[in-house]
Design a binder for this molecule. Structure first.
Ligand SMILES: [Zn+2]
Length: 176
C-alpha cells in the first residue's frame, strides 16, 4: 500500500486559488486494490484543486485506457476512457451535511487529501457489466477463431459423456 502514498495532495500549505496536479495510473496502482475489476491500465488523472477558505473543490479529468476481457470471444483488449468527475471537500460539518459521493468531510486538522480510493472507484465504476470488443474497444472486432473454438467446446460438452439422461433419450429417439 506504500505505493498509494503518491496519490495524496498536501493541501494545507497551498494558497487559496487553483492548483494543478498530475497523477499517472498504471498496473501497479490497480495491484494495490485486491478487488479491482481493472487489473491493467494506463491513465493520466489531471487534477485541479480549487482551495477556498472552508472547502476544496476538486476536478478530475481522467484519460487513458484500461484492459477489459471480452465476454464474447474472451480476448483481452484496450478500452479507452475519457471522463470528468468532481468532488467537494468540506472541513466544517454543518448539521445538514452528509458525506456523499460528491462531498467528503475532513477534519480541520487534516492536511492532505488521499485521492487513491476516489480514482479507484471512478475507474472501476466504468467497467461495463458486459464487455464486448466492438463496443468498448476501438476499431476491433471479436476474434473469429476464438469464437469458433468456444462454440466447439460448448458443442462437445453437449455431446460428451456426462450427458443428461433426458438428452440421451431424446438422442436415441432421433436416431431411430
Ligand atoms: Zn471479443
Amino acid at each position: 500500500m506504500k505505493y498509494l502514498r503518491e496519490y495524496r495532495i498536501p493541501f494545507s500549505g497551498l494558497a487559496a486559488g487553483e492548483h494543478d496536479f498530475k497523477f499517472e495510473i498504471d498496473d501497479k496502482f490497480f495491484d494495490c486494490f485486491e478487488h479491482s475489476l481493472v487489473k491493467k491500465g494506463k491513465l493520466t488523472a489531471s487534477v485541479q484543486l480549487h482551495k477556498q477558505e472552508n472547502m476544496l473543490i476538486v476536478h478530475f479529468d481522467i484519460k487513458g485506457s484500461i484492459q477489459l476481457t471480452c465476454d464474447v470471444c474472451l480476448s483481452a483488449f484496450e478500452s479507452p476512457l475519457d471522463f470528468q468527475e468532481r468532488v467537494i471537500v468540506k472541513f466544517v460539518q454543518e448539521e445538514w451535511d452528509e458525506e456523499t459521493e460528491e462531498v467528503i468531510i475532513l477534519s480541520k486538522t487534516d492536511y492532505e487529501l488521499d485521492i487513491s480510493t476516489l480514482l479507484y472507484e471512478y475507474i472501476n465504476v466504468r467497467v461495463p457489466y458486459y464487455a464486448k470488443c466492438e463496443e468498448q474497444g476501438i476499431g476491433i472486432t471479436c476474434d473469429p477463431e476464438m469464437i469458433a473454438r468456444i462454440s466447439n467446446i460448448e458443442q462437445s460438452s453437449v455431446e460428451g459423456e456426462n450427458i443428461d439422461p433426458r438428452w440421451a433419450t431424446l438422442k436415441n429417439i432421433r436416431n431411430n
